[in-house]
Design a protein around this ligand. Structure first.
Ligand code: PEP
Ligand code: MG
Length: 544
């Protein structure tokens, strides 16, 4: 038994989690090629590592039999046999003996060669073995390097990582995530936003220690702490606090079904932000009256290739139908900056937040036609889904009137093509995100072109204060309450209203209940927040 250790970080999302730690680390190829002089010793290293790997597989097999049954556990038995395969061994020995190379390199090369050979086979069974060869080679290499072999998160765990990209976060199984604790990242990074959307306690700014893996811990998302190996008193307190959280939630649930209306009768549209069709469940659970921001890029981040028109159509249709007539605002994909999908093959940039992203890709700012094709595919899917509910579209990262005009031209091309194909669509509202200072300053002109504005305070703060929203160091001065931001919001509301353009906020600031009254007084029409924040904001609106 170790001693209890307490680490202080920064809170991203409240809530208590009690459970085992899972240290998440990224896969990386870290095999060095080096020449050796002592062949015998290198062979011995390989044989010993192989022996340990076989033992690990035996343990895994036993565990799997208990948890998933004998049939499903067979894979580990098969892998043990594969490790002992004579041809595999011969290949490794050959590389060590004849080329005088180190054991990890010999295993890596052998693994790659065998995997390729299996992959090329006709027989489906052998084809599938390709992955197993890779897996066992990876296991032996890890033993040789003294590293843990990464396994999938198979039980509910507190995920501790150096940092987490949004794509990694979305690929994890939600039911197995009790909490997130990361070393890097910032309060307004997309991973933080995801944690809020998933309603998962999260803390950042705590340096990861590998030896925590498997240890019991408590995460206090309110205080921003991580407690390793808590003593019984601490555990008991955490359990009680968790219960209190649940009770608070129950109190808030009494606000379900109530209107979002101030005491003097002003109605606000209180909507929710989602990233995935499955988030609609929590939109309903928390009784948001619509979806004010569907971050459609998450459909792209989950994939290994561009989502097709058909796939997107089904996703949008499902959300439209499930929201049963309530408004759903789909934001066209905001890929780039911290939201990278490999298949976009975006070049590495010095300033990605100010780089080739979002609408700039869609309008092909760097020439070519690829972006426009991606854009039109998405628009076509949205318009096809438009007859199944109450959809609207908005566009991210707008900086000029010309962009809006180009977008409208492409939108009418898409509609004409649908008409020609005899596919029905609805006339839906078009809006833009106001998340650059440029858009704020020309919001009087932009308002003439669109039906609504949605203020993205996350990026607007970043660009106005010249503070990278991902930079942990600057979190303390990343101040969305800055007078400049509040003045900008006021300006956008006034300019919008002059042209009959309604105005909402969909950045994280929308959920800040210390500002709800300010927003209402400014004349804001809509607030769109993480589903888990809806009832809290409803309470604030109803108390004004
Ligand atoms: C914003 O910038 O405020 C916003 C809502 O968009 P995202 O956080 O996805 O950039
Ligand atoms: Mg943004």
């Amino acid at each position: 038994m170790g001693y209890m250790e307490i680490y202080q970080g920064k809170s991203i999302f409240g809530g208590i989690a009690i459970g085992k730690i899972y240290c998440y680390s990224k896969e990386e190829r870290r095999v060095r090629r080096s020449t050796i002089s002592n062949v015998e010793q290198e062979i011995k290293r390989f044989e010993e590592a192989k022996g340990i790997a076989v033992k690990q597989l035996e343990i895994l097999y036993q565990k799997a039999v208990k948890e998933v049954g004998e049939k499903n556990a067979e894979i580990f038995e098969a892998q043990s046999l594969m490790i002992e395969d004579e041809d595999y061994k011969k290949s490794v020995y050959n590389i060590i003996e004849n080329q005088k190379l180190n054991a990890e390199y010999a295993v890596a090369i052998t693994g790659d060669n065998f995997a390729e050979m299996f992959a090329g086979m006709e027989d489906e069974y052998f084809k599938a073995r390709s992955i197993d060869v890779k897996d066992i080679s990876e296991r032996i290499i890890n033993v040789l390097l003294g590293k843990e072999t990464k396994t999938e998160i198979t039980e509910p765990s507190i995920i501790v990582a150096k940092d987490l990209a949004p794509s990694e976060t979305v690929q994890m199984e939600k039911k197995n995530i009790l909490a997130f604790v990361t070393e890097e990242g910032s309060v307004n990074s997309h991973t933080a936003i995801l944690a809020r959307m998933m309603n998962i306690p999260a803390v950042i700014g705590i340096a990861l220690k590998k030896e925590w893996n498997g240890k019991q811990a408590v995460v206090d998302g309110h205080k921003g702490t991580l407690i390793i190996e808590p003593d019984e008193v601490t555990l008991q307190k955490a359990r009680e606090e968790k219960e209190r959280d649940e009770a608070d939630k129950t109190l808030l649930l009494e606000l379900k079904g109530k209107e979002d209306i101030t005491k003097d009768g002003r109605k606000i549209n209180l909507f929710a932000n989602i990233g995935n069709p499955s988030d609609v469940v929590s939109v309903h659970e928390n009784d948001a009256k619509g979806i004010g921001l569907f971050r459609s890029e998450f459909l792209y981040l989950e994939k290994t290739d561009f989502p097709t028109e058909e796939e997107q159509f089904h996703a949008y249709k499902m959300v439209a139908e499930n929201m049963a007539g309530r408004k759903v605002i789909i934001r066209t994909m905001d890929i780039g900056a911290d939201k990278q999908a490999d298949y976009f093959q975006l070049p590495k940039e010095d300033n990605p937040a100010m780089g080739y992203r979002a609408i700039r890709i869609c309008l092909d700012a760097d020439g070519g036609n690829k972006g426009k094709v991606i854009f039109k595919t998405q628009l076509r899917a949205i318009y096809r889904a438009s007859t199944y509910g109450n959809l609207a579209i908005m566009f991210p990262m707008i900086i000029s009137l010309d962009e809006v005009k180009q977008i409208k031209k492409i939108v009418s091309e898409v509609k004409n093509e649908l008409k020609e194909d005899g596919i029905p669509y609805a006339e839906i509202q078009l809006g833009i995100m106001i998340e650059t200072p440029a858009a704020v300053m020309i919001s009087d002109e932009l308002a003439k072109e669109v039906d609504f504005f949605s203020i993205g305070t996350n990026d607007l703060t970043q660009y106005t204060l010249a503070i990278d929203r991902q930079n942990t160091r600057l979190d303390s001065i990343y101040d969305s309450h800055h007078k400049a931001i509040l003045k900008m919001i006021q300006m956008v509301v006034e300019n919008g209203h002059k042209e009959n353009c309604w105005v909402g906020i969909c950045g994280e600031l929308a959920a800040d209940t210390t500002l709800t009254k300010t927003f209402v007084d400014m004349g804001i029409d809509e607030l769109s927040v993480a589903p888990s924040m809806v009832l809290k904001v409803r309470k604030a609106i109803r108390s004004i």
